[in-house]
Design a protein around this ligand. Sequence first.
Ligand code: GLU
Length: 400
Amino acid sequence: MVEENNPVNTVLERIRTEVRPLADGRVADYIPELAHADPNIFGIAAISAHGRRYVAGDVEGPFSVQSISKPFVYAIAVEEHGFDTVHDHVGAEPSGQPFNAISLDEHGRPANPMINAGAIVTTSLIKGEDRFERIRSMLSACAGRELSVNEDVYRSEAEAGHGNRALGHLCLAGGALVGPVEEAVQDYFRQCAVEVTVTDLAVMAATLASGGVNPVTGKRVLNRRTARHTLSIMAGCGMYDRAGEWGLRVGIPAKSGVSGGILAAAPGAFGIGVFSPPLDHAGNSVRGVAALERLSEDYDLHMLQLPTEPPSPLHSVSCHGGSLGVHLRGEIDFLAAEQVVSRLAAAVEDARITSVVVELERVSGFSDAARALLAAELTDLADAGIEATVSDPRGVQGAN
Ligand code: GLU
C-alpha cells in the first residue's frame, strides 16, 4: 500500500529535491552494460516495519542489484552451514580497501562477505546444483515478488569479469573457496545481474530490519539470528572502504552496489532503498549517500541513537489485601525485566505481601534473557514464602 499524502512522503520528496542538484560522481562503466544508465534517475523508497510504503521520485525503473545481493547470499550460507562454518571461510572485518581488492587475511580468507572475493566464497558455499535458483528465490522472497536476471548485464559482466575470476582462483588456492571456481563466479555474476526496483530494495531492507520477516508479505524469510548477523556485517563492511565514515554520519546498516543502489536497514524501523547511478570514488551513489545522511538525521535512524528514557515496562501496580498485581506492557527485554525484577524483589521486604501476580496481557514479546530473569525472580519469591504466579492469557511468554 502506498501512503499518498502524508508527512513521510513529504520528507522523502523534500530530501530528493535537496539532493537532486548534486552532479558529482561517475556512472560505473567497467561492466560495459552499466555505462548505459541514465545519470539523472533518482528515487527513494521506504517501507516501515509495519509494511507501509513511502516513495519519492523514480521508484519503478529496474536496475541490476549488483553487490546488494551480497548480504542475502551471506544469509543463505549462514542458514545452510551455521555462522561458525561460514566464518571459517570468510572474515568479518572491514577491509579498508575497494570492493574488488585482493583482500585476504592470514588464513587465506577474504576480509568479509561484502567484498567481491568474500561474496564469491559465500556463493561457493551454497550447496546443490540449483544454487543460483535458491539465491534468486531468496532475493525474491525478501522483495516480495519474483525477480529475474537481466541477461544483458549478466553477459556483459561474464565477458569482462576476469578480475573476479582471478579472485576466485586466489580464494581456491588459499582454501576459502569450495568447488569449481568458474561455477561459483558464474552464479556470482548472475546474482549481481538480478533486476530490482528501488521499492524492491526497500522491501528487502525492511525484511532484514524486521528480523527476517518480510513486513509486506508477512512471511518469515530468514531466521531472526541470521538477520542479525547479516545486519552486523552490513554495519561494519557494507559501504566499501567508507564503512567508518558511514557509521559516523548515517549509522544505518547498509549495502551499496556499483549500479547506484543503496539498501539501508534501520532495525525495527524502516527498510530504505535509494537509486541514483553516479558513484563517488569509493563506489557509493553520491545522491544515495547524501539522501541517507539526511534521512537518518531527520528520522533519528542512527542505530546508536538512544531513547532519552527507556519506556517503563510497568503499566500499573496494584495492591489488594496481601496480593500485589504487577501489570506489564510492551516488549520485555533484559533491561525491562531488570526493572520488573527489582520491583518484585521489593515485595519480599514488605511483610504484608503474601502473593504476587505478574499480568502479561499488555505484553507484546519476551526475550529469552528476560524470560530467564523473571523465572529466577519468581523462584526467589516462592523461596521467600510468597505465592507467585504469571497470568499470560495470550501466551506471549512461550512465543518468540
Ligand atoms: N558485479 C560487480 C562486480 O563484481 C559488483 C560490484 C559491486 O556492486 O560492488 O564487480
